[in-house]
Design a protein around this ligand. Structure first.
Ligand code: IMP
Ligand code: MG
Length: 176
């Protein structure tokens, strides 16, 4: 399997700092009772959530949810299952879902629907990567790090069969 780096470690860190600035500006203006709750989607978002949260200039809370739609495959099955639910009651809370990548958008649509029924005060999404533009799908994601080509990528949390999550950069994975 061949790897071609497409987003360097330095580019990721720069963009994460920019996203954090934007998030701070936009949430900072609002009067809030509670801390912003970052909801990391396991496992792919663990580096992104870790880096992003440390660039935010205000106090946040962190929780995780685990969903599965790929089950070791390179293509989404379209069926989204909750494997680990939140520990936090999000009613009345400002919630920011932190995702590694949006491909078909099915996972996030499902997550927004599910968490939306729990009556958060606000619900937004930040995704480090998106293939929506390359796939010609309109995007409803509030914050996107990088639009990438419609290729299978690994690294910085993203895996192929649990491999490559610890690469510090993003690379296209090709058979061969
Ligand atoms: P979606 O539901 O099709 O948008 O797929 C989203 C989920 O599939 C992400 O949370 C990732 O876990 C996984 N995924 C999508 N594209 C890739 C990829 O290129 N590499 C690794 N995982 C991916
Ligand atoms: Mg995954």
């Amino acid at each position: 399997m061949e790897r071609e780096a497409i987003v360097s470690e330095a580019a990721i860190q720069r963009r994460v700092a920019e996203l954090a600035d934007q998030i701070c500006r936009e949430y900072g203006l609002e009067k809030r009772e509670d801390r912003l709750l970052l909801v990391g989607v396991l496992k792919g978002s663990f580096h992104f959530l870790s880096d992003l949260s440390r660039q935010l200039s205000f106090d946040v809370e962190v929780d995780f949810i685990s969903v599965s739609s790929y089950a070791g495959e390179k293509k989404s099955s379209g069926i989204v299952q909750i494997r680990k639910d939140l520990d936090t009651n999000i009613e009345g809370r400002d919630v920011l879902i932190v995702e590694d990548i949006v491909d078909t958008g099915a996972t996030l649509r499902h997550l927004r629907e599910l968490l939306g029924t729990r009556k958060p005060r606000s619900l937004r999404v930040v995704s480090l990567l998106s293939k929506l533009q390359a796939r010609g799908i309109p995007s409803d994601i509030e914050y996107i790090g990088f639009e990438i080509p419609d290729e299978f990528v690994v690294g910085y949390g993203l895996d192929y069969g649990e491999r490559f999550r610890n690469l510090p950069y993003i690379a296209i994975l090709r058979e061969g």
